[in-house]
Design a protein around this ligand. Sequence first.
Ligand code: ADP
Ligand code: MN
Length: 177
Amino acid sequence: QNGSIRGRRQPNILVTGTPGTGKTTTSSALAEATQLRHICVGDLVKEKNLHDGWDSEFECYLINEDLVCDELEDLMEGGGNIVDYHGCDFFPERWFDRVVVLQTDNSVLYDRLSRRGYTGSKLTNNIECEIFQVLLQEAKESYPEDIVVALKSDTIEDITRNVESLTDWVRSWHPAS
Ligand code: ADP
Ligand code: MN
């Protein structure tokens, strides 16, 4: 019997971090290695219109957190998801078995975001977000400390190593009894 009594049979993982730290690259490689489902929240928000319009100051959609959580609830209850988003405080705490915060050296991140076309305040806001470890703080405030892990994501080798260690973690995960 699955569901309310036994709980999920596969873990849910949240991959978070400042834009450009490698969430989508890492999540898709991890999904391929584990056969878990990669949910890119930014894409989902656009596809299903889970937003309240475009924020011209921050140049991004104003995500509607309630709509996103409603949309994901059934999938999350079933388990086996990798959720990829640059925020983490509005998801229910009970959804996740592991919260991964990717971190990148400032100068490396600056180059990545510039290459992505970020300029001006959009670029500096994101660099400051990384310098002040905003996502790591947010994760620590929102989830139990023992499920939050910060991983360095400066190089391709870091991605390979992170995907390997997370794959090992998924394989050894067992539902709580
Ligand atoms: P995010 O989803 O966190 O915004 P992406 O996965 O889209 O980040 O990565 C942004 C860009 O940086 C991509 O071009 C990607 O190939 C590159 N990148 C991300 N992480 C790394 C890394 N650890 N080493 C080298 N390049 C990376
Ligand atoms: Mn992404």
